[in-house]
Write a protein that binds this ligand. Structure first.
Ligand SMILES: Nc1ncnc2c1ncn2[C@@H]1O[C@H](COP(=O)(O)OP(=O)(O)OP(=O)(O)O)[C@@H](O)[C@H]1O
Length: 290
C-alpha cells in the first residue's frame, strides 16, 4: 500500500491576530497536489492574510501551518518561500529587461538578473516553454516596459514557476485587466494546469467571473472566518455566496465558468420603464383623484 501524499498546504485551526485585531479565526484548509483552490470573500475578509501564511511570509498567532510537510516556526521561512511560487501583481521591475530574462530572474528570486549568474540552455528552454504555455511565445524578446498589464501578469506567472514550485499562489491576478486580457489569462491558467497536473494553486479573487474553469475547490471567507470550504460545486452555491458577500446574488455556471448577479426584478429597458412610470403616475393621479 502506498503512503498518502503529504498535502501541499495544511492550515490547522489557525488564528492570526495583529494589534489585538483578529484577522483570521480558526481557519483550517488542506490543499493536495493537482487541486486548484479559489479563495473568495469581500474586502477585508482575510484572503491576503491567508495567502501570506501559505507563502510562508508570516507566522500564525495560533494553530499550525505546514507548507509541503514543513511546519512554519520549525524551519527557516526563507527556505520555505523558495518552494512556493507567489505572483505579486506589484512586481517592482523598472529596467527594460527582455521577457525571457524577467522569467529567468525567478531562478534567483531577484528583481534583476544576478551578475555573473548565467542561466543554462535548459533553463532558457524552460523559460521559453513556460512563456509559450502562458500564451507569450511570440513575445520572448519583447521588453518589459512595452508589455500590457495582462501580458505582464502572464510573464510573472511563468517567472514564479521557474524554480518548479509545487504550490502557486495568485493574488487577484485578473484585477484591472480588460475583457480580452482576463479571458486570455484564464485560458492560460487552464492550459498551465493541464500541462502541470501535479501543481497545486490557490487563487484569491472577489469575483466569480475571474475563476478559471479548471478551479476544483473553493473556500468562502467572511470576517476572518471560513464559511464553507470543499469541492467547488458544493461551495459556490447561491445561498453560500450571498451569505459570504452579505448580498443576495444568483450564481450560475456555464461552460465551466461562473457568474454572479444581484437578485432583482427583470430589467425591461429604459423605454418600458418610462412607460411604466407614466402608467403608474396616471394610476396614482386617478387614485388620488378618487
Ligand atoms: N497588520 C495589520 N494590523 C491590523 N489589521 C490588519 C493588518 N493587516 C491587515 N489588517 C486588516 O485585516 C483585515 C483582513 O485583511 P486582508 O488584506 O487579509 O483582507 P482581504 O480579504 O485580502 O481584503 P481585500 O479583498 O480588500 O484585499 C482587513 O480588515 C485589514 O484592514
Amino acid at each position: 500500500m502506498t503512503a498518502p501524499a503529504v498535502p501541499v498546504l495544511r492550515l490547522c485551526d489557525v488564528d492570526v491576530v495583529r494589534d489585538g485585531t483578529p484577522l483570521l479565526r480558526s481557519v483550517s484548509l488542506t490543499v493536495h497536489q493537482g487541486e486548484h483552490w479559489a479563495l473568495l470573500g469581500s474586502n477585508g475578509a482575510g484572503k491576503s492574510t491567508l495567502l501570506s501564511l501559505a507563502g510562508a511570509l508570516v507566522h500564525p498567532t495560533h494553530g499550525t501551518v505546514e507548507v509541503l510537510g514543513r511546519a512554519l516556526g520549525r524551519v527557516d521561512l526563507r527556505e520555505l518561500r523558495s518552494l512556493v511560487g507567489h505572483v505579486d501583481p506589484r512586481h517592482p521591475l523598472r529596467s527594460p529587461l527582455r521577457v525571457r530574462d524577467v522569467v529567468l530572474t525567478g531562478l534567483t528570486n531577484t528583481i534583476e538578473p544576478v551578475p555573473r549568474r548565467h542561466p543554462t540552455p535548459d533553463q532558457r528552454d524552460r523559460a521559453d516553454r513556460l512563456l509559450t504555455t502562458l500564451g507569450m511565445g511570440g513575445k520572448l524578446e519583447a521588453r518589459w516596459p512595452t508589455l500590457s498589464q495582462g501580458q505582464r501578469g502572464r510573464v510573472l506567472i511563468a517567472r514564479a514557476l521557474m524554480p518548479l514550485p509545487r504550490l502557486l499562489l495568485l493574488d487577484e491576478p485578473a484585477t484591472g485587466l480588460d475583457l480580452a486580457a482576463r479571458e486570455q489569462l484564464l485560458e492560460s491558467l487552464d492550459t498551465l494546469r493541464r500541462e502541470h497536473p501535479a501543481l497545486a494553486t490557490v487563487l484569491v479573487t472577489h469575483h466569480l467571473e475571474e475563476l478559471p474553469a479548471s478551479t476544483t475547490h473553493a473556500m468562502l471567507l467572511r470576517e476572518g472566518e471560513c464559511l464553507s470550504a470543499g469541492e467547488v460545486g458544493q461551495v459556490l452555491t447561491t445561498d453560500a455566496v450571498s451569505k459570504c458577500f452579505d448580498h443576495p446574488v444568483h450564481i450560475s455556471r456555464t461552460d465551466g465558468r461562473w457568474a454572479a448577479r444581484a437578485l432583482r426584478p427583470p430589467y425591461r429597458g429604459a423605454g418600458q420603464a418610462v412607460q411604466d412610470t407614466g402608467r403608474e403616475s396616471a394610476q396614482t393621479l386617478s387614485n388620488s383623484s378618487r
